[in-house]
Design a protein around this ligand. Structure first.
Ligand code: PEP
Ligand code: MG
Length: 585
């Protein structure tokens, strides 16, 4: 077979080569078919065959996992086998097929989902986990009924490979065995989806928005994945491989040049210091913070801790994770963001409603303020960790003063608890609000009186202000960080913060784009935080910039009516002051 290239959106730089594993080809909708009486015995046989096939598949996976990872890891599948043998459930499915004369897929899907939903709703952790088992097993049975290939076991890949999938949720991505995944490519997605953000933090190449690539590809094919240019090249020719060899040598030389700046300060040519921090998802990422020359952590996205597990992490588990990061980086700051579940991040072990507009729904601080036990465990863990390093806390998706006041009141309540229990914590713990909704930016003057800092989450600020879904590849062209509305909202936020004497950071993806660094600094942003791999380029740019140039650019942008013209202005300045960097972007 000759070379074939798929073009998508580059979301995490780097190039890798390997065999692909195709996951989730987007299962067709489960439709209801009406059967006749004569069809029923055959339908029940079909169901039984699918159940038997599923049992064989699970036993086979269990055997492989036990051989590779030991009996304990393999025993996880006992629960799946039990779910498969649940007689009450199966009787109910058969009854539904017979009484309503419907197809096996529809009956099995309906009853299994009803079971899983009721298990997920109970207060007991053990039973809640069984909901995830039930959904996992139901997916396998449905694949067999529909005659689809079984999906690869994300958690138990046995050789390094490139993952191809219709979509990858942050939950799937958290399950990936980092040692076995060379890179990934998906049909849908965008640069600021959480899955793309996770790829950057895992430092693996990733390309999204490949339309229907997953349908056209098969497990085992050899590909080259180019996360710089957004290409997936199937069966690359010798010539292509040779060209990529050259390209990678150039990239390595450039990375070395950036690496030489690690110990150098982040300071402009005219002496303006810009604290440069990194975004992380787990304590283990801390190593990458210093390895890339960042001064601390500007955003610890704590969702990974929740997504990676089969159950909610308790206070102690969270404390250990936060403490570890804080202790390693002490006295440098670690800004821990409270749970930002919802949107595209569904926790399998928490009952999360199916929503029409999840990004406008039960998300982030809204969940924390309602699920007090979860918020309490997390804030207590953060407070306890603050005794062992420079920990700061921030709340995601604040949309008005009321939420901030409520969150602060709860924080005070938990501080009082710890004082009574004589558990140490930092009495001067700094508290920040993320500014990522237009309403928060507009009332930033009120919010600024109640926090120690702001951190602008541009990923969400852009999607909410421009009404452009950050996940949707089809409207990715409308997702414009340099839109005049965004520039003005950032300016409003900065002015309100400085009026109150508090600092402003940008921790969304804009903070990691060196082309936009002068604009942000010119608008008055004090600090930046980005994925560790992006920090060196931003520092490179800062060290070639004069604040006078940045201010001039910002003044132009504030008066400009076109996103395109503002972006062109940013690119022009970058090209002028850092031509070698511009060449490698
Ligand atoms: C943001 O919205 O810019 C942000 C940093 O938060 P997240 O990307 O995790 O939503
Ligand atoms: Mg956000």
């Amino acid at each position: 077979m000759g070379e074939k290239t798929f073009r998508g959106i580059p979301v995490s730089a780097g190039v890798c080569r390997g065999k692909i594993v195709v996951l989730d080809r987007a299962r067709p909708d489960i439709v209801q078919r009406q059967l006749t009486d004569e069809d029923l015995p055959r339908e029940i046989k079909r169901l039984e065959a699918a159940l038997a096939q599923t049992r064989t598949q699970i036993t086979e996976i269990q055997r492989k996992v036990m051989a590779a990872m030991g009996a304990q890891e393999g025993s996880i599948f006992d629960a799946h086998l039990l779910a498969l043998e649940d007689r009450t459930l199966l009787d109910e499915v058969i009854r539904m097929i017979q009484e309503q004369r419907v197809n096996a897929e529809h009956a099995f899907h309906t009853i299994a989902e009803r079971y899983a939903a009721s298990l997920a709703a109970v207060e007991d952790d053990y039973l809640r986990e069984r909901a995830a088992d039930m959904r996992d097993v139901a997916g396998r049975v449905l694949n067999n009924l529909l005659g689809l290939e079984p999906e690869a076991e994300l958690r138990y890949l046995n050789e390094p490979c490139i993952i191809i999938s219709h979509d990858l949720t942050p939950c799937n991505t958290a399950q990936l065995d980092r040692r076995m995944v060379l890179g990934f490519a998906t049909d849908v997605g965008s640069k600021t989806s959480h899955t793309a953000i996770m790829a950057r933090s895992m430092r693996i190449p990733a390309v999204v928005g490949l339309k229907d690539a997953s349908r056209q590809l098969a497990t085992g094919q050899s590909v080259l994945l180019d996360g710089h240019n957004g290409l997936l090249i199937v069966s690359p020719s010798d010539q292509t491989l040779g060209e990529y060899g050259q390209f990678m040598i150039k990239q390595a030389t450039w990375r070395q040049r950036l690496h030489d700046l690690l110990a150098e300060p982040s300071i402009t040519l005219d002496g303006h210091r810009v604290p440069l921090h990194a975004n992380i998802e787990q304590a283990a990422d801390v190593e990458q913070v210093t390895a890339n020359g960042a001064e601390g952590v500007g955003l610890f996205r704590t969702e990974y801790l929740f997504l990676k597990r089969d159950r909610l992490p308790d206070e102690e588990q969270q404390y250990q994770s936060y403490r570890e990061a804080a202790a390693i980086l002490k006295p440098r700051p670690v800004v821990i963001r409270t749970l930002d579940a919802g949107g595209d991040k569904f926790l399998a072990h928490m009952q999360m409603p199916t929503e029409l507009n999840p990004f406008l729904g039960w998300r982030a601080i809204r969940i924390s303020l309602q699920e007090r036990d979860i918020f309490r465990a997390q804030l207590r863990a953060i407070l306890r960790a603050s005794a062992e390093g420079n920990v700061q806390v921030m709340y995601p998706m604040i949309s008005g003063l009321d939420e901030l006041k409520q969150a602060n009141a709860l924080l005070e309540e938990y501080k009082a608890e710890l004082r009574r229990e004589r558990v140490p914590f930092d009495e001067h713990l700094q508290v920040g609000a993320m500014i990522e909704t237009p309403s928060a930016a507009v009332v930033a003057d009120s919010l600024a009186k109640r926090v120690n800092f702001f951190s602008i989450g541009t990923n969400d600020l852009i999607q909410y202000s421009l009404a452009v879904d950050r996940m949707n590849a089809k409207i990715a062209h409308l997702y414009e960080p340099t839109h005049p509305a965004i520039i003005r909202l950032i300016k409003t936020t900065v002015d309100a913060a400085h009026q109150q004497g508090i600092r402003v950071s940008v921790c969304g993806e804009m903070g990691g784009d060196p082309v936009l660094t002068p604009l942000l600094l010119g608008l008055g942003v004090d600090e930046l935080s980005a994925a560790p791999v992006l920090v060196p380029s931003v520092k490179f740019l800062i060290r070639r910039l004069k604040m006078s140039e940045a201010r001039e650019l910002a003044a132009f942008a504030l008066n400009c009516e076109s996103a395109e013209a503002i972006l062109a202005g940013c690119q022009e300045l970058t090209r002028q002051i850092a031509p070698s960097l511009f060449e490698h972007l």
